[in-house]
Design a protein around this ligand. Sequence first.
Ligand code: NZQ
Ligand code: ZN
Length: 392
Amino acid sequence: MNNFRFWSPTEFVFGKNTVKHVGALVKKYGGTKVLIHYGGRSAVKSGLLADVENHLQNEFVEYVKLGGVQPNPVDTMVYQGIELCRKENVNFILAVGGGSVIDSAKAIAAGVPYAGDFWNFFDEKVTINRALPVATVLTIPAAGSEASPSTVITKEKERLKRGHSSSLLCPVFSIMDPVLTFTLPANQTAYGIADMMAHVMERYFTQTSGVEVTDRLCEAILSAIIKEAPLVLKEPENYAARANIMWAGTVAHNGICGVGRDEDWATHGLEHELSALYGVAHGAGLAVMFPAWMQYVYTSGIDRFVQFATRVYGIENTGDKKETALKGIHALKNFFSSLGLPVNFEQLGARKEDIDRLLQTLAINSGGTLGSFSKLDMSDARAIYEIAAEVR
Ligand code: NZQ
Ligand code: ZN
């Protein structure tokens, strides 16, 4: 096991009717003038936005609003948010929505006190020294941004999708009411499930040895998701199933599964190029890329793939490692398919002819290498995209 520091500072306020605490929580964390940041339609349509406003008014907290964040959030909205916050002397950002809204909120929070262009953070030219506090009212379990130090933004003009992390961007609180997720359509629910499973697997597939506790944590979270996912799709208003999926999304990405071990993240790098180029949902891209990555790298650590197959999918270990490992990969792919997720380029709406374009931006964003379980260069990345492009 590697040495580690683990710091997860977010206060999670979880359960039915917890949105009513939002005003008191904003005050607790020093907010006096709030930017409420939200997405396209869902929070308005469900009445959540009006509820949040009422609860802030009840606590005499002032606010301004900025909606319209699109999935795979873009820099232009961030610039707009920074300008509005400066003009209105906002000192607290409240994201009401999913990963896209939260990530846009985090980028605004970092950009407001910074004199330069906020994209400098994403270019890794400067580090974040100050940020406004960010909090969330989560409406979709998926990205884990309600608990993570990361933000992922797309530079619209160049279609460059990049992430940046800073402990200053960890939300101070996250309100998580599973009832708010009842309105999620099946496809968004499934995209979220693929993303949270990917967050666990990016950490699970490691070459670090002696990490039994985190191995078992990862396996438990994956097993719970595999059990609850079909239920949540069949019964969208099943509170317990929605609640378990919601909490799974948080523990998948608050860092607890990755302590003491090297993490991989090659698949996220490969996927971000797909969502940047085609605007597809991040979780959909991951459902295509994860099995393809596995198929390419499993011989670099076959025992771990055997462990995944036997412990997560209950596949019998016949003694033939290759056969058992491949059965585990197929089980994951079949599971994604059973949730209605795409598992190849064609189903995703991606094109084999675009692989060169994907590799061009991947090379810029990754610096030419990816991953740690198996260190990949751009020729490996090409081979993985080619596997994903096969109709399997
Ligand atoms: O815009 P509205 O109308 O709200 O609709 C959203 C959006 O279309 C809808 N939705 C959200 N809550 C809903 C709902 N519809 C009905 N009922 C509700 N309760 O769902 C759609 C998707 O929302 P989005 O926020 O885009 O989803 P997600 O949470 O999956 O976020 C995806 C973004 O997060 C990034 C991804 O790359 C992508 O840009 N990620 C962020 C990470 C982080 N900050 O740590 C890590 C991840 O790996 C990921 O890269
Ligand atoms: Zn992700």
